[in-house]
Design a protein around this ligand. Structure first.
Ligand SMILES: *[C@@H]1O[C@H](CO)[C@@H](O)[C@H](O)[C@H]1NC(C)=O
Length: 221
């Protein structure tokens, strides 16, 4: 019996299946202790007796994000680093501002599915499925439309319209993370060698150097 339990525990620990969401909480809440220097999966809880309403509050998402950058877009992500009370609860949200002809460039959230609603303007959005199909699922979203981006898939939002677009997204992780493909591949620090990228993208090194130059001078918006 003990051996069976041990085997089961081992299988759990070594399971090849990734869990598709954050681990379930084991208590009402676990407000992040921002003073803690201990690193765990998420944040260390502070004593629940000293938790305050403010630990669960963020103010200011009514303010437009600054879209004066090369992409003409701004994502304001409200995750557990912004609301300590979100720690261990498995959700977060974001405000997306996109100027006319602006783009939220192709990116992934490694840990979260996203559900986006447009509350102002219009957005052309899409995601691409895994290899080998690489099928693009795209749609024009108008005010009130809601679209889902499955966890881990590359997606984008483009504002083709003449007015600004605003979206509100919910994400299925307290820390969904935002990995932009351009920055990750061509703007890493230190750089991935242009030999590798030339081979990967089947172009010459000069082309890679040129693309890398677009990502080294400017940072995240
Ligand atoms: C928006 O960002 C630009 C570029 O960084 C900056 O020059 C400008 O002052 C910012 N505007 C506001 C309102 O913060």
């Amino acid at each position: 019996m003990a051996a069976k339990i041990l085997l089961f525990a081992l299988l759990l620990v070594t399971s090849p299946f990734a869990f598709a969401s954050d681990p379930s909480p084991l208590q009402d809440f676990c407000v992040a202790d921002e003073m803690s220097r201990v690193f765990v999966n998420g944040f260390v809880c502070k004593d629940p007796k000293v938790a305050k309403p403010e630990d669960f509050l963020f103010s200011g998402l009514d303010k437009p994000g600054n879209t004066s950058n090369k992409f003409g877009s701004k994502v304001t992500l409200i995750d557990a680093s912004k609301i300590p009370g979100l720690n261990t609860l498995g959700v977060s949200m974001a405000r997306l501002d996109v100027a006319p002809h602006g783009l939220n460039p192709p990116h992934i959230h490694p840990r979260a599915t996203e559900i986006l609603t447009v509350i102002e303007g219009s957005l052309y959005v899409g995601f691409v499925t895994s290899n080998p199909e690489n099928k693009l699922f795209s749609k024009v979203l108008n005010k009130g439309d809601v679209f889902v981006f499955p966890a881990g898939l590359i997606h984008f939002e483009f504002n083709f319209g003449p007015t600004r677009a605003v979206g509100l997204a919910s994400l299925g992780s307290q820390n969904p993370s935002l990995n932009r493909i351009g920055e990750s591949v061509f703007g890493s620090n230190p750089s991935i060698s242009d030999d590798i990228l030339a081979k990967a993208f089947q172009v010459d090194k000069k082309t890679i150097d040129w693309i890398q130059a677009q990502f080294t001078s400017t940072n995240q918006n």
